[in-house]
Design a protein around this ligand. Structure first.
Ligand code: F3S
Length: 65
């Protein structure tokens, strides 16, 4: 089964909160910056939407075969 790896570049994140509001199951803000609640997902779900809507491109979702 495919898995998705989720990474947040906390250097790039400006804490806009878009990811946490689009995808609260996977992203939350800690100390003003986003963190992924789970490093790996079984299904992409809303994480892809968060990735494409982050204004600074701080979220990276990669599919692992
Ligand atoms: Fe940060 Fe982007 Fe989320 S700036 S708070 S990772 S939408």
């Amino acid at each position: 089964m495919a898995k998705f790896k989720v990474e947040v570049d906390r250097e790039k994140c400006i804490g806009c909160g878009m990811c946490a509001s689009l995808c609260p199951d996977e992203f939350e803000l800690k100390d003003g910056k986003a963190v992924a609640k789970k490093a790996e997902l079984e299904e992409l779900g809303c994480a892809g939407e968060a990735e494409s809507n982050c204004p600074v491109g701080a979220i990276k979702v990669t599919k692992e075969e």
